[in-house]
Design a protein around this ligand. Structure first.
Ligand code: ATP
Ligand code: MG
Length: 396
């Protein structure tokens, strides 16, 4: 028996008010799944037999967030709870969205439109009873992702579900049931109807899940990866899960998939990555191609990079070559950029009045190169001496 205390009291209260008015109110979707898995759901969705207008009459503060889909947001005790009227879906012709929705269907029909059995369980907070017509509970216990109904039909309706299967496999560490897995492979071309932004979101969630390598193997073996990224290279995803979640995992994935061949035209960029991430990937990948061989080379590489790229570079390097990683890591606090020099332009111009304007800029670049080669010369005396020769060779 699930513990009622695990459901936030605001959610229980909202359901109680709806039930007291003679309607049904249940928790559905990811929150129920995660609660059964002993997770701590942060997002609670409520489904109800009541129509949106009826819900709106029961609470003083209701926002009509997605009224055409039957969703309203109830603001209760400072929290926002989304309540969606039980909804049936008509036929699908665009491979993404139903042509029509019908509000006010029985609960079973609302659960039947959901993607996987583990996401199609309803929980009634008033007595903690479960409504589980597709045996999602058994699949949670068996750690299985299984489509509700015929997997091929469900993926033909909405291609995004193909990548959602992969994403949940990573997030939960579950295996995809045989027929659902066959449908991931056979219907993969339905992904052409899914916006690249949506695929990026699912891919990112896949990478940041607890078992990315398992899910990425599925994506590879089912042909999903080759379909989406025809220019990818063969690779193993073994290392991805060892990299901390966030940008670094994305960089590692990109390195393994595209490595040397990453060009501006790469299919990776069809994903419409956020600009910051796209340029980060573009900057770090070439650095992972040829690794530095000694401490001096690692300082040179680090100094040619932006400070903000170091973290992901180190995360990837730690997996690709632990030995070089530890050498590089031990060098990271050395002077690497002009701002790390003990002298500034003003001091240099005082010492050598010929060094002004463009010459001064070149002197600073020269100095950084020297200091990166030998950090011990980052002191006034040594720098002054280094600059003596330099100042004599520059054109006035
Ligand atoms: P997460 O914890 O990652 O948010 P979730 O299961 O809550 O997982 P959501 O995308 O928030 O996933 O969707 C909420 C619920 O809506 C799902 O549990 C599922 O029942 C249903 N659902 C969402 N997207 C689809 C879809 N494309 N096809 C069918 N059902 C879907
Ligand atoms: Mg959710």
């Amino acid at each position: 028996m699930l513990d009622p205390e695990a459901i936030p009291s605001v959610v229980r209260e909202v359901c109680k008010v709806i039930e007291a008015a003679g309607h049904q109110a249940v928790c559905v979707g990811g929150a129920v799944r995660d609660l059964i898995l002993q997770g701590q759901p942060d997002d609670w969705d409520v489904a109800s037999s009541a129509m949106p207008e009826e819900i709106s009459k029961l609470f003083p503060n209701v926002i009509p967030t997605g009224i055409q889909h039957g969703t309203v947001s109830v603001v209760h005790k400072g929290m926002v709870i989304e309540v969606t009227t039980y909804r049936g879906e008509g036929t699908y012709t665009d491979g993404r969205r139903p042509d029509s929705v019908t509000l006010g269907v029985p609960l079973r029909e609302d659960l039947a439109r959901r993607d996987f059995t583990i996401n199609a369980i309803a929980l009634r907070p008033s007595d903690m009873s479960l409504h589980d017509p597709f045996n999602g509970m058994a699949d949670i216990k068996a750690k299985t992702i299984r489509a509700v109904g015929d997997a091929k039909e469900r993926f033909k309706e909405d291609g995004l579900r193909i990548f959602r299967a992969i994403r949940f496999s990573s997030k939960l560490g579950f295996s995809i049931e045989r027929k659902t897995l066959e449908a991931v492979a056979s219907e993969r071309e339905m992904l052409r109807l899914v916006a690249w932004e949506r695929i990026f979101v699912e891919l990112t969630k896949t990478l940041n899940g607890q078992c990315p390598e398992k899910a990425l193997d599925v994506a590879r073996e089912s042909g999903v990866l080759s379909y989406l990224f025809p220019d990818r290279q063969e690779c193993s995803f073994q290392l991805v899960g060892n990299v901390p979640v966030g940008d670094s995992r994305f960089v590692m994935f990109s390195h393994l998939m595209f490595g040397a061949s990453l060009a501006k035209t790469s299919s990776l960029f069809k994903l419409k990555l956020p600009n910051k991430l796209a340029s980060k990937v573009g900057r770090i990948l070439p650095r992972l191609q040829e690794l530095p061989k000694n401490a001096m080379e690692t300082r040179q590489v680090l100094s040619q990079m932006k400070r903000e790229d170091h973290e992901s570079y180190f995360h990837c390097l730690a997996q690709l070559n632990p030995e070089i990683h530890s050498t590089a890591y031990s060098q990271k606090d050395n002077p690497l950029w002009i701002s790390d020099l003990v002298v500034d332009g003003r001091q240099i111009a005082k010492w050598y009045p010929t060094l002004t304007g463009r010459n001064l800029g070149e002197a600073l670049k020269f100095l950084v190169d020297e200091v990166v080669k030998d950090p011990s010369i980052n002191n006034e005396a040594a720098i002054k001496e280094k600059l003596l020769k330099f100042s004599q060779t520059v054109q006035r």
